[in-house]
Every structure is written in structure tokens, then in C-alpha cells.
Design a protein around this ligand. Sequence first.
Ligand code: GTP
Ligand code: MG
Length: 381
Amino acid sequence: MNRLTAAVLTPTGRGAVATIRVAGDLAQLDLVAPLFLAANGRSLMAQVPRRIAFGQWGRGATEDIVVSRLADDTLEIHCHGGDAAVRRILDDLQQQTGCTVVSWQQQCSSGVGQFDAECLDALSRATTERTAEILLEQSTGLLRRAFERMVFSTPAAGSARVAAAMPAQDATSRQELLVQIDDLLSWADFGLHLTQPWNVVLTGRPNVGKSSLINRLLGYERAIVFDQPGTTRDAVTADTALEGWPIRLVDTAGLRDTTEELEVAGIALARQRLTTADLRIVLIDVSEAPSTEEERLLAEWPDSIVVAHKVDLPERWPDQWSEQLPHRVVRVSSATGEGIHELQRVLVERLIPRVPPLGTAIPVNARQIALLLATRTALLG
Ligand SMILES: Nc1nc2c(ncn2[C@@H]2O[C@H](COP(=O)(O)OP(=O)(O)OP(=O)(O)O)[C@@H](O)[C@H]2O)c(=O)[nH]1
Ligand SMILES: [Mg+2]
């Protein structure tokens, strides 16, 4: 007899409704112990497949539930989202039908290949609808098929053995394979960011308004703003989404020469965050005369977005200073909100210069990218 397994598909205590998926020989649920009493009076196996049926779970104290038989061997139970209802249904299943409770990953990946399972796992970690949509497409076979197309006569999908198995004289096939690999690899960084936010670090002199700008971009007061330089000491992070892309904003200690121990540690941390960032925003206060610190920052990070900040105040920029700035300076006031939309637009344009059209296969984790790189190396070797 086909063993029954059950898994909770929804995160613990997150929603109003929890979903439990039961897989295996569902007839056992009717025969061994009818645990589900449908409002329409029919047994579970007599319910119309892929339709929802309302009813009650258990005897004595019952739980209101909705069930749907997705396939002959797959049932979904939707119950109250609280722990008690979920626990109760799982306990009944275990005790009365010998059902084994497994993780959702085990449940969803049984009978599914590694690529689909990895994409499903990535999908569960998506934080925006836009990234979830892309990952959903990958997990329903899009990425797997892209890898399968590259496998010629060998089952070692995506491995260096693909290259080794190819006849040496088949230069055209090699070339075609390289094109496919490079196409997939061109989305590698984007693919990793579908589950990890793009990191944007704000930097500039103390008091230039980094914390104020973070708060403006977020739309709420996350970072402390104060009129004394040296307010932010730690690297404060806040997650947000711009145009549906997950972005982590990092507020850092203002850079300046100081001997104050805590501030020195904050500045060291700021510098480290700057090197690992996906993008940097250098802020310059238009109401202050420029300093060497700003010149140094601009020289060190020439690819940053430069924000001319506090444009609501009278400008104190000498003409020769303006000439040193890059062409594209975004003029912003965190006090009035001026320029914020433009800054958000520029941020997205810089972080995601290319949006994949529907149907584009995208590698979503480090293992898949490593496979592609290894195959590429083997092909060229
Ligand atoms: N007029 C005006 N004042 C601003 C603007 N942005 C920030 N300020 C003020 O500038 C001061 C410093 O702002 P913060 O956001 O704390 O500056 P910071 O760069 O985070 O400073 P540190 O944490 O010390 O490095 C505060 O008094 C803010 O109210 C702006 O766009 N216009
Ligand atoms: Mg600050």
C-alpha cells in the first residue's frame, strides 16, 4: 500500500489559513478512519477532483476545513492558520492512518528533479510578487528544460562531462553550447538576487542626511536623524522593494577623521559595507562647501549614484566644484521629498538594467551557476 505523507505548506503562524498537503493512497483516509465529514455528505474519494469541498475534520471537537483532491494521490487541506488546528490534523493523520509528517521540501520535491526542487526552494524565499513570478516560472520546468537541452548523449546534466562526451570535431555544437551557457550565465547575478536583496549603501560626510534619505526612501522612520554629526555608528539595514525588486538599504556612519573609538569602529564597518555593496549612493550636501572627503569618495567610487542633497537649502557650491561632479547628479531633498522618485527610478535602472522577458531561463542558486561555469571551462579547455 502507498504510504501516506503529510506536510504543512504554509509558514508557521503567518496567515489566517494553513495548508496541509497529504500524498499517497488517499483511500486510507476514508477506509481506516473517516476523518473528514463533508457538508455534501460524500466521502473524500467521492468528491469531485480539483474542486473544493467544505466540511469538518475529526470527531468530538471538530475543525472547519476545506479540502481539494488535486490528483488521485494528492489532497490539500485548508484549515485555520493557528498552530492548534494544524497540530490537531497532523496528530490525527499520524495516529489514525500511520501517516508520516515530512517537511514541505520533502513533500514537494518527491518525484521532482533537483532543478525543479531547487527552484521551488528559491520560490519559497521570494519576498516580492515580481520575483516570485519569475521563480514560479523557473520551478515549473523552464530552467530544467534549458539544462536538459544542453545534455547531448550523457545524463550528467550540466556537468563538465557534457563537454567531455562531445566529439572533438563537433565545433559547431560546442559553439552553440557555449552560447547557451553564456546566455544563462548572463542572468547569474540577477538570479541570485531573486532570493537575496540588492544591497545599496549610502555614504557621505557626517550630517549630510544619509539617515534622512533612508527614511524617505522607506517611507517610515527607520534610522535616527539628528543634527549632530556622528549620529549613526552602526550599519543600519532596512529592506524595501522598488518596482517589485527587493532592495536592502544600508545606512552607515558618516566618514570623517575622528579618534572617538565607537565612531572609528562605525566608520571601519561603513568602509567594509561599501566594498561589498551592489551599488553605492554618495551624498553631497549642497548647503555646505565641499570637503576633501567628498572628493576622495567620488574618486574611490566613480560608479556610484551621486545625490546632491538638501536642495531645499541655499546652495554653497563653488562653480569649480560642480565641474568635478559626474554628469548625472540626482538632486534630492529629504526634507521636502523633491527628487525621491527620480532617485528611485535611477536606482532601479542601475541595479536591474535588463529585465528578463517571460520564458527566460535563469539560474537561481550557486550550485547551478557553478555547474555552468565548470561546463564552460571544460568546453574551452
Ligand atoms: N534642510 C534639510 N535638512 C536635512 C535634509 N536631510 C537631512 N537634513 C537634516 O540634516 C541633519 C542630519 O541628518 P541625518 O540624516 O542624521 O544625517 P546623517 O548623514 O545620517 O548623519 P550621521 O549619522 O551623523 O553621519 C538633520 O538635522 C536633518 O534634519 C534635507 O534634505 N534638507
Ligand atoms: Mg545617520
